[in-house]
Design a protein around this ligand. Structure first.
Ligand code: C2E
Ligand code: CA
Ligand code: CA
Ligand code: CA
Length: 276
């Protein structure tokens, strides 16, 4: 038993060291990825009850020349802790604006605003608003075509600064969704005073909605709150017709999930919209 314990500790240390080495390796490779333009933006359509496309979420992917497509779950947390998330976020926003610009002459894309995930570190940068303004001018982004998804953890920062920035974005024609709603720090008191347009119901509440009474109750309450504040709700991770039916009965009428489409690479998303 003693020996096993010893081995256990050794194994644990070895693992930890390996993890740190891996992290440093990924940080290094991520910088290379930025230089080599390996960060791509995929788009996942958002569909309303009546079958219309009401928007799409931009989700980044790392297209590695050898390893293929790497999920953001693998590198976003590392980019968050290394600070590379700021560069990554800038790359994604630049690409999305470029795409919106390219679509602007196409009537099929006219009513499809694109939602971009903005990390806390990126949002809290003093020059964030200015850099968004710059891109909006550079790519002539029309009001209403760009949306931001923010998480509740943002409100742990200087709330006055946060709300001030949100108002500035609103003036620029960028509406804001509160992402992963219910999974983090949330206060209904705050909610009322924020310039939000949408609550995003997290996938963790949608997965079991047909069977789990708690999840059903949470989603029900979320939709009721949103309704009373004149906010739209959108459910994430809708994979089955059954889930969609439950959401519909509760009053959630916009959906995003594999039932409709996975996040698609640029060209596939474009033909999805063209042929919808
Ligand atoms: P998120 O913002 O909650 O995005 C939703 C995630 O759920 C996406 O994972 C999406 O592909 C996945 N999803 C959508 N529908 C379904 C479904 O029906 N079933 C299942 N199982 N999953 C579904 P993804 O693309 O792997 O992104 C993971 C997370 O990485 C995102 O979670 C977001 O927090 C972060 N992320 C992705 N792109 C960016 C980015 O450009 N900037 C920042 N800051 N974060 C990003
Ligand atoms: Ca999101
Ligand atoms: Ca989520
Ligand atoms: Ca549950």
């Amino acid at each position: 038993a003693k020996k096993a314990g010893k081995n256990c500790i050794k194994y644990y240390n070895h693992n930890m060291q390996k993890e740190i080495e891996q992290q440093i390796e990924i940080e290094y490779r991520l910088n290379k990825a930025f230089e080599n333009d390996e960060i791509k933006v995929f788009y996942q359509p958002q569909i309303s009850l009546d079958g219309k496309i009401t928007g799409a979420e931009a989700l980044c992917r790392w297209q590695h020349p050898v390893d293929g497509i790497i999920s953001p779950i693998k590198f976003i947390p590392i980019a968050e802790s290394s600070g590379q998330i700021i560069k990554l976020g800038d790359i994604v926003l630049e690409k999305v604006c470029q795409h919106i610009h390219n679509w602007s002459k196409n009537s099929k894309f006219k009513s499809i605003p694109i939602s971009v995930n903005i990390s806390v570190k990126q949002f809290m940068l003093p020059e964030f608003i200015e850099s968004v303004e710059e891109k909006i001018k550079k790519y002539n982004i029309k009001k209403g075509m760009l949306k931001f998804e923010l998480t509740e953890s943002l409100f742990l920062n200087d709330l006055k600064k946060v709300v001030d920035k949100m108002h500035k974005l609103k003036e620029m024609g960028i509406s804001i969704s509160l992402d992963d709603f219910g999974t983090g720090f949330s206060s209904l008191v705050y909610l009322k005073s924020l310039p939000l347009s949408q609550l995003k119901i997290d996938r963790s509440f949608v997965t079991d909605i047909a069977n789990d009474e708690n999840d059903k109750a949470i989603v029900n309450a979320t939709v009721a709150i949103a309704d009373s504040m004149k906010l739209q709700t959108i459910a994430e991770g809708v994979e089955t017709v059954e889930q969609k039916e439950f959401l519909k009965d509760i009053g959630c009428t916009v959906y995003q999930g594999y039932l409709f489409s996975k996040p698609l690479p640029l060209e596939e998303f474009e033909s999805y919209i063209e042929n919808y």
